[in-house]
Design a protein around this ligand. Sequence first.
Ligand code: TXA
Ligand code: MG
Length: 312
Amino acid sequence: MIGSDITLASQYLSQGETVAIPTETVYGLAANAFDPEASAKVYQVKNRPSFDPLIVHTHHIDEVGKFTVSWPQPLHQLAQTFWPGPLTVLLEKSDVIPDLVTSGMQRVAVRIPDHPLAWQLLQKLSFPLVAPSANPFGYVSPTTATHVSDQLGDKIPYILDGGPCGVGIESTIVGMESDQVTIYRLGGLAKEVIEEVVGSVTVKTSSSNPQAPGMLTSHYAPKKKVVLGTIDTIVDTYDGTQGVILFKPNDALKGYHISVLSPRGSDREAATNIFSALRLMDRSDVDTILAEILPEQGLGRAINDRLRRASS
Ligand code: TXA
Ligand code: MG
């Protein structure tokens, strides 16, 4: 069922059920973060391997101390600056967080989402919520309630509809490694913006990185073949049969299966449209999707990261 009833959503969650919730980044599949059985349901519904840990969502920075044991200063500063928002921090967990939530790791991923419905819901509950993206494991993340219902509608009791996600790609994940702020997943908060607060940071988003086991190379993947290129190679390759995802409009490429992420060439606007575009192409009759690489700056980095994983 899809609706906007926070009371109903909170009842299901309090009974140990899973509920899809809106956030500003993507829709999440939520459950009680203190209840290992509820979290186990999340893994089951998503068909997610148990080595891929879950992000814990809360409504206030003061809540974090109830389930973590320490907070490195740069991460605290980032949270104070950017929460609520598309930033997830890795902090040493306390015993109240079940090992299943962190896949046995010492650190737990935490964030405060910036969405009024999610926030009201979290405030009503006496526990934080785990919420991975509400898609089957490995597929494109959902940015509308309909995306969720298309794939998980018959597996979960309730989808809380908060409209289309304003950011459109997942949160940026940061943690400390040898006293250095490290980005483990590029996302909705740009690296440059983080660096304005804490100085230069390391980016470690490779699939072989054991610190962020969810970063598999093949991820965010539509069922169709995705081929990345610059605008020039796409114009050369296009033969009228492929689907095309463009960053901004191009006069040489117009037509039915051509999707433009940002008419005004903005990385933020492109982020809000990338996952819908991939889903649309997947439902169309094209075999191959040609996708334009964005300039490697701002949210362009995170979008390129998703496109690279989609193409491998
Ligand atoms: O924007 C988001 O972060 C969304 C919304 C719903 O909040 N959630 C999300 O969750 O994208 P998910 O499960 O699709 O991605 C979470 C990723 C994992 O794959 C893993 O790479 C990383 O976060 N992660 C979670 N807990 C971790 C931990 N304890 N240590 C290292 N990485 C962790
Ligand atoms: Mg995900």
